[in-house]
Design a protein around this ligand. Sequence first.
Ligand SMILES: [Zn+2]
Length: 199
Amino acid sequence: MWWREMKKVITYLEVGEVTLSKTRRSTRISLTVRPDGSVRLSFPVWVTQKRALRFIDEKREWIAAARQKMALKYPERQAGNPPDKRVVETLRAEAKVKLPPMVARLAAEHGFSFGAVRVKATRSRWGSCSARDDINLSISLAALPDHLAEYVVLHELCHTVHKNHSHRFHALLDSVTGGQSRVLNKELRSYRPDTVINY
Ligand SMILES: [Zn+2]
């Protein structure tokens, strides 16, 4: 009967395995992406499976973004959900909207000047700063929490002043991060850019 509680695992289109859970406790349709990238869809007993699955279709981009965040945060827990080209393109689009204004805002705030900002699908590092003060940023930054993406941007902006990792560079970075550079650096090290761009 459709109003009974139900739990099962199905394979749904390009999303892969989805655990469906119809419970009396649910009051609305809700989607969860677990740390391993698997998807759980729970919904009230009065909602049909067909309607609940339509919710997944509507949230396709959200699922891709949530998986990327989990892949960054829990690289060791990923269960066969490799990021596909589509996911990379979603991330690239997000990065192009989000990162250049972030660079401009932080540069203005702290008095840095820079050349061009380029957003690239770099796997090996979060960012770099050229001899001409052009800032290159990995699209993976778009999947980081904002305060860490900002920390990476500030690191690169400090390279417009010091082209090295000298004591003076670190003192400058520490001053523009309100004395938080060590804490932020430690937090950033729990993420890796190559877990996102893995195609
Ligand atoms: Zn550096």
